[in-house]
Write a protein of this length. Structure first.
Lengths: 188, 155
């Protein structure tokens, strides 16, 4: 099934490649635009908070919607479609982190807070939560955000990460405990 | 590690009804359940962060994003097509070169063999059949084009 194929890294690339070859009829403009209107703010919030970089989030939003459009998949429901979008966004973020490993998704040490202009824009407006989140692993951050900010269910998160629902429960619990500890330490 | 009312609590927080707009009973449950208390606090933090982030978002219009996606898809399709054409061209050139090399090789082999048997023929001609055969060959070479011309001209 296409929605299942889109849920993992490797199969997503395969799906994109096969669609490029077969020149499938892609999503029509109205559907795409309506979907974008509904989801883009939430997606930008996810990307900007996970990368800590607004400019990068702008680029990644564009890239995510492009890959989503190219995938040209049909979905059973709006939830599936949204999950596929966040799955693509998560992969796009991972790709960007690989390319810019020195700059992105690496915990920013406290003494680096006063750096160049880009760093200043990165850290501007960061809350205690986002500071604490920087000490978590990218996957933990993403899971927590999807669960508690996006309101995604365990099953949906499992689809996005290509994992089993049962393991999401445990992973979320551990991530939440760790974050709670970090927040408490910061508060005290 | 979990509570039966976890989903209900998370839905309430994500709908922005926590803590003031929710049931008194759910609030009382969260106060007594350590898991739900921690969960509600965490979810409320994330919800607030999400609202802040969404307020900050300065996104391009859907039309612009659609147009860029279209343009990029076309550019990629063109690149894929041109890559295929380049491959075919490269294969053709390689084939032509291989064919030319084959012909050159064949000619050189033939010329080698001619060098061995042509002198023998000429020796044979010179000894027994030299004059009549030379005349016959000359007549054949002269008349054949003329004959061909008349045949083709009539057609």
């Amino acid at each position: 099934m296409r929605i299942e194929a889109i849920m993992s890294d490797a199969t997503l690339s395969e799906l994109e490649a096969s669609n490029a070859e077969q020149a499938l009829p892609l999503m029509d403009e109205d559907t795409f635009r309506r979907f974008y209107e509904r989801t883009s703010r939430g997606l930008w919030a996810y990307l900007s908070r996970m990368t800590g970089d607004r400019q990068l989030a702008d680029d990644l939003v564009q890239e995510t919607y492009y890959r989503f459009y190219r995938a040209g998949a049909s979905y059973e429901s709006e939830t599936h479609r949204r999950n596929a979008l966040f799955c693509i966004a998560t992969n796009v973020m991972r790709d960007a982190a690989r390319r810019r490993r020195h700059a992105e998704l690496v915990p920013l040490p406290e003494h680096d807070l006063t750096g160049d202009e880009r760093t200043a824009s990165r850290v501007e407006g960061r809350t205690d939560l986002s500071r604490a989140m920087e000490h978590l692993k990218p996957m933990q951050r993403q899971m927590l955000w999807l669960a508690y900010a996006q309101g995604a269910s365990h099953h949906e998160i499992a689809e996005i990460f290509g994992l089993k629902s049962a393991s999401i429960k445990l992973l979320l619990f551990r991530a939440r405990r760790k974050l709670a500890g970090l927040l408490q330490r910061r508060a005290s | 590690m979990s509570c039966a009312r976890e989903n209900e609590l998370l839905e309430t927080v994500s709908a922005g009804r926590w803590p003031d707009g929710c049931d008194e009973e759910l609030r009382a449950h969260a106060a007594s359940c350590e898991h739900c208390r921690e969960l509600a606090a965490m979810a409320a933090l994330f919800h607030a962060e999400m609202q802040d982030a969404m307020r900050d978002a300065q996104l391009p219009s859907s039309g612009l994003v659609w147009w860029r996606a279209q343009r990029r898809a076309r550019a990629e399709a063109a690149r894929t097509a041109s890559r295929a054409i380049t491959l075919v061209q490269a294969a053709s050139v390689a084939g032509a070169i291989a064919f030319a090399l084959m012909i050159i090789g064949g000619v050189s082999v033939m010329s080698e063999s001619w060098r061995t048997w042509l002198p023998r023929i000429s020796e044979a001609f010179s000894t027994t059949w030299s004059l009549p055969l030379t005349i016959a060959l000359a007549v054949f070479l002269t008349l054949t084009p003329v004959a061909l011309y008349f045949v083709l001209a009539e057609d």
